[in-house]
Design a binder for this molecule. Structure first.
Ligand code: HEC
Ligand code: HEC
Length: 223
């Protein structure tokens, strides 16, 4: 439903602008590429889970329900090296852009589901994370994550990915990668500016909180 609305909208916009419709991937073909990989290593589901739900212990992000254009950009960035990951680059570097769009369409079309988080953290840490996510910390010039990542931090459009229900280990690794400069593929350094202001404790707190949110419903912290 959302997919066809998107297509209609894209069609209407392109008719107005007289430009071609943005290429959309084919989810059925994407499922096939996901189950076989690009031939150079393990299939996607070995790390990202049978339903794209991710694996927190391994730090493998959930892909299910993320925006198709966001996923496409990230895979193209791994392929070109604009996003540095020795683990991910070999998984996509033999795919064509059309195959990458197919994979993105497949994962974007799966129901959003939170990664399984094991272990408990203190209520104080979760409360600190909730404050950062929804109110920021203006003493340190940290804006609320939700101003860009949307209500409930469930993502907005193709630029601001969902953080709710994402693997806490993955979230904190990415924030640290921006701090060290290893990840630098964000438009206008929007994320680098935020990540470099976070302390280690704030990273742990916000990642723990966000990872425990429901990816698809009212955004309550799970019991
Ligand atoms: C060996 C494990 C492994 C396999 C196999 C694998 N991935 Fe990944 N994937 C990772 C890791 C680790 C990361 C995070 C890397 C980083 O730090 O940027 C990741 C990140 C990603 C991201 C970025 C997600 C985001 O939220 O930005 C996408 C998209 C992705 N993988 C897609 C795929 C697809 C599609 C396949 C199969 C063709 C695949 N991966 C196979 C381990 C794997
Ligand atoms: C000014 C806007 C902005 C704010 C505020 C912001 N972000 Fe982001 N964030 C972005 C953009 C843009 C991206 C996508 C970067 C890309 O395209 O690679 C992103 C991506 C991310 C990612 C990578 C997700 C993935 O799937 O790989 C994480 C983690 C993240 N943000 C965490 C946070 C946290 C935590 C906060 C609050 C403390 C926050 N962001 C606040 C703009 C913002």
């Amino acid at each position: 439903m959302r997919y066809s609305t998107h297509l209609l909208l894209a069609g209407a916009l392109s008719a107005l602008a007289g430009s071609p419709v943005l290429a959309q991937g084919d989810a059925a073909r994407g499922q096939q590429w996901a189950s076989q990989g690009d031939g150079s290593g393990a299939p996607c589901l070995a790390c990202h889970g049978a339903n794209g739900e991710g694996n927190d212990a391994g730090g493998f992000p959930r892909l299910a329900g993320l925006d198709a254009d966001y996923l496409t950009k990230q895979m193209l960035d791994y392929r070109s090296g604009a996003r540095v990951s020795p683990i991910m680059q070999p998984n996509v570097d033999s795919f064509s852009e059309a195959q990458i769009r197919d994979l993105a369409a497949y994962y974007a079309g799966l129901p959003s589901r939170s990664v399984t988080v094991t272990g408990t953290v203190s209520d104080e840490l979760l409360a600190l994370g909730e404050t950062l996510a929804n109110n920021g910390n203006w003493d340190s010039y940290i804006p609320p994550c939700a101003t860009c990542h949307g209500p409930g931090n469930r993502g907005v459009g193709d630029s601001f990915p969902a953080l709710a229900g994402q693997s806490p280990n993955y979230l904190s690794q990415q924030l640290k990668a921006w701090q060290s400069g290893q990840r630098h593929n964000d438009p206008n350094q929007l994320m680098a500016a935020v990540a470099t202001r976070l302390s280690d404790q704030q990273i742990e707190a916000v990642a723990a909180y966000l990872g425990r949110l429901n990816a698809s419903d009212d955004g309550e912290v799970k019991p």
